[in-house]
Design a protein around this ligand. Structure first.
Ligand code: IMP
Ligand code: MG
Length: 193
């Protein structure tokens, strides 16, 4: 498949420098769709007869969550959290902070599923699990579309894993590079040239 020519830029300004990038297809929209349907079926099976609160991690997981909820049959509530750990580009700086949270009354006593686009170092999910656990959910699990285990720095549970990916920087399907490329329907790895 040819890399996208519109909607995302192959010339990006990163930290004030214009760099050239080539996008190489990793997962097509069809492959992503299959993964999402399988995850939805696993979740439906485990939560049969219950109602779930999906807590979606902004911004990257918004595309995945939108597709996931539409494949699920389990009744869902949806809320969002935002965490900051990657201010610009691809470099991690400092520990993640909860920037936008959820209300304790929304979480207390509910079955909660934290929805992430990609589990990388695990620091964001680790931070959010601690944050949500303090609010007294009935249960708390994690679902991530992508898992980059080679980069893990903290041990975090991953109950619903979409697929494992190599240690490459990925864009598309919600994943960004400097806030760009989130709108691509497929997932690409970024090759610097
Ligand atoms: P971590 O698990 O705390 O390191 O961070 C996970 C977050 O980093 C994800 O929610 C993404 O927003 C971001 N991230 C990690 N790897 C990538 C990538 O390859 N492309 C785009 N964003 C990424
Ligand atoms: Mg994210």
């Amino acid at each position: 498949m040819t890399p996208p020519s519109s909607g995302c830029y192959s010339r990006l300004v990163v930290a004030g420098t214009v760099t050239q990038h080539k996008l190489v297809l990793l997962l097509s929209r069809q492959e992503i769709g299959e993964v999402v349907r399988r995850l939805a079926a696993e979740i439906d099976r485990d939560y049969a007869g219950r109602e779930l609160l999906l807590v979606v991690i902004l911004r990257g997981a918004f595309v995945f969550a939108a597709d996931l909820v539409r494949e699920m049959r389990t009744p869902v509530r949806v809320d969002f959290v935002r965490i900051s750990s990657y201010p610009t580009g691809t470099v991690t700086t400092g520990g993640p902070r909860v920037v936008t949270g959820v209300r304790r009354e929304e979480v207390r006593g509910r079955d909660v599923l934290l929805v992430e686009d990609i589990l990388d170092t695990g620091l964001s999910v680790d931070r959010l699990l601690k944050y949500l656990r303090r609010m007294g959910p009935a249960s708390l699990r994690v679902c991530a579309l992508l898992d980059k285990p080679s980069r893990r720095r903290v041990d975090v549970p991953l109950h619903y894993r979409g697929t494992t990916v190599p240690d490459r920087f990925l864009v598309g399907y919600g994943l960004d590079m400097d806030q760009r490329c989130r709108n691509l329907s497929d997932i690409y790895w970024v090759q610097e040239s």
